[in-house]
Design a protein around this ligand. Structure first.
Ligand code: PGA
Length: 255
């Protein structure tokens, strides 16, 4: 049984007061969701503040990015060991905004995945196709490339301690969502790729869906057999909608 994971990616949004009230509002109702793991990924500068607020609660903490290097003269970068040191457990790796807007290529994403694990963090590896790639029937090729470039560097066993997020680029922040069937078929493809290398890891790895997941479409997506949670952008900035997605995951478990 895979524990559902509902992760909030706040991106570059909110000041300290907003981060504080968002976390407090999530914590006020988190006990209603005992069987779902909830995670927030605030901007770097709010991590210590959020860590303080969620200490000794079931809410988990992650970062949105990390350097591929562990330390050194890399102005403006943040290293995995620093994130671990301030209490992060998870880190997003290869989010499509990093790949497209900041030029993160396959080798760099793979190196960041490795850096996360070397620092004792659980990477959430984001993969997904663009609209053009989907329309030219390249989706599975793209997913395979994005996954195998990491697998080649770290080996399949590294995926024991990792999460994958399938995020079709055309659905991120656009209000367009993959249909439950489209998402399920991508998730199944990803799981089969992992299973071909290690059947137990294939069964146990959590694969999240991301891309305009909202309270009104979450239940249908989360009811699919290979969708184990969500990576939520916009809807994670409002405690009520983030919690509503958590409740949808909780209801799916009971169904
Ligand atoms: P969205 O973002 O929910 O706003 O589409 C998802 C993501 O970028 O992880």
């Amino acid at each position: 049984m895979r524990t559902p994971l509902i992760a909030g990616n706040w991106k570059m949004q909110g000041n300290a007061a907003q981060a504080t009230s968002l976390v407090k509002n999530i914590l006020a109702s988190i006990n209603r969701l005992p069987n779902v793991e909830l995670l927030v990924c605030p901007p770097f500068v709010h991590l210590p503040l959020v860590k303080q607020l969620l200490s000794n609660t079931p809410l988990h903490l992650g970062a949105q990015n990390l350097s591929a290097e562990a330390s050194g003269a890399f102005t403006g970068e943040i290293a995995g060991p620093m994130l671990k040191d301030i209490g992060c457990e998870f880190v997003l790796v290869g989010h499509s905004e990093r790949r497209t807007l900041f030029g993160e290529d396959l080798p760099l994403v793979a190196a960041k995945f490795k850096a996360a694990q070397d620092a004792g963090l659980t990477p959430i590896l984001c993969i997904g196709e663009t609209k053009e790639e989907r329309e030219s029937a390249e989706t599975e090729n793209v997913l395979m490339q994005q996954l195998t470039s990491v697998m080649k560097l770290v080996g399949i066993n590294a995926f024991k301690n990792a999460v994958i997020a399938y995020e079709p680029v055309w659905a991120i922040g656009t209000g367009l969502t993959a249909t439950p069937d489209q998402a399920q078929s991508a998730h199944l493809f990803i799981r089969q790729l992992i299973s071909q290398n290690n059947i137990d890891i294939g069964k146990s790895i959590r694969i999240l869906y991301g891309g305009s997941m909202k309270p009104d479409n979450a239940a249908a997506l989360l009811s699919m057999p290979d969708i184990d949670g969500g990576l939520i952008g916009g809807a994670s900035l409002v405690a009520e909608s983030f919690l509503a997605i958590g409740s949808a995951a909780e209801r799916e478990l009971a169904a």
